[in-house]
Structure formats: C-alpha cells, structure tokens
Ligand binder design. Structure first.
Ligand code: MG
Length: 202
C-alpha cells in the first residue's frame, strides 16, 4: 500500500505558505505506510516538537488503475478525513535547500486517517465540505469543489507515474488555515453535510 500526498491543491493554502500555485501538474510526495495511524492516540516521532495540522480529504483507491490509464471517481471505494501532520520548520529548511521533504512529512504518527466511509454514503461527491477543530476551535474548512486538481485528475496523474493499486490512499491536499498541533491536543474531523464526526487525540 502506498500513501500518496498532494501539496498545494487549494489556492488559498498555497498563498498562505507563500508557495506558487501549481498549474500544469500537482505537487506529489509520499508517506510511508508505517506513518499511518487512526484517530486514537498513538506514538508520534519527535513528540516534543510543535507540528502543523493539515486537514485533508483522503480517498482510498478501490481498484487497480494501470500505468497510463485515466482515473475517475468510479475507481475510488472509500473516503476518509485525515491529518497530514507536518514538521513545518523542518520542511521550510528543506525547501530552502531544495531537498526532499521526507523527514518533515513521513514519520510515525504523521498520517492520521479516520475510519473509511463507503463512497456511496455521499450523495454529491463534488459538494463535500470538511472541517477540522483543534481543542474545540474551528481551524480549517475545505470544499472539494475548491480543489485545483479534482480527484479524477489526481488519479490520472498518479497513474501516469506507476500503477495505482486497490488500497492505496491519497491525501488530496489541505485548505487554508494550517497551524500548530502538539501532542495531547484533541481534534475533531467532520464531514459537514453528512453529519459524520470523529473526535481524536493527537
Ligand atoms: Mg498536506
């Protein structure tokens, strides 16, 4: 199983970190499978550091997409919400040096994924809105319709790199509002329209 992550998929978030808005191709990076955890408390590497939360829609690939084939919503079996937990200060240093982001993005506890919800539970996939509360305060609110690269485009692009396999997860990018997250903080991830909520502890 591979965890793909998309960077800068919402204009307002790219701007809040002073990054250029991608036009032709999405920004892609990976997290290790071992970085994944659920919403319950779990061991976190670098636990004494201050992280950044990035709330994201996570899609699970439901069937293999062969190299070079186009992807579509039909290829997605489940949706979830996740936190792409980031060592922002480390990432900023790596970016300045032109180095890979791996040690800022892929470490134990850095890929928080809620329980998976069958795609059929959502009446309008393009109208999904999700929110993140930290310690009871609303921090991020994302609308799938605001994505620069919609889900079918992401699937097609990732399948231009290599086969996508059933079970692969894709973190699809974060909306604006990223900010500090520390071990012990409580968080709430919600699919707003569907009234689906998960409360966890980081
Ligand atoms: Mg992210």
């Amino acid at each position: 199983m591979t965890i793909y992550c998309i960077g800068r998929n919402y204009v307002a978030h790219a701007k809040e970190l002073n990054n250029p808005v991608p036009e032709a191709e999405p920004v892609v990076f990976l997290k290790s499978e071992a970085a994944q955890r659920g919403i319950e408390s779990a061991p976190v590497a670098f636990a004494g550091e201050e992280f950044h939360h990035e709330a994201e829609l996570v899609v699970r690939v439901g069937r293999d997409i062969a190299l070079g084939q186009a992807g579509d919503w039909d290829d997605v079996s489940h949706l979830a919400l996740g936190l792409d937990v980031t060592r922002r200060s480390v990432q900023t240093q790596l970016k300045a040096k032109g180095l890979p982001w791996t040690t800022a993005k892929s470490f134990a506890g850095s890929a928080v994924v809620s329980p998976l919800i069958q795609k059929e539970m959502f009446s309008d996939l393009n109208a999904i809105i999700f929110t993140l509360h930290i310690n009871g305060t609303l921090k991020q609110r994302g609308a799938v319709s605001d994505m620069i690269f919609p889900i079918p485009s992401l699937l097609t692009y990732l399948a231009s790199l290599n086969d996508l396999r059933a079970g692969d997860l894709i973190f699809t990018g974060t909306p604006e509002g990223v900010g500090p997250l520390r071990c012990g903080d409580s968080f709430r991830l919600s699919f707003e329209r569907e009234g689906i909520h998960w409360t966890g502890s980081f």
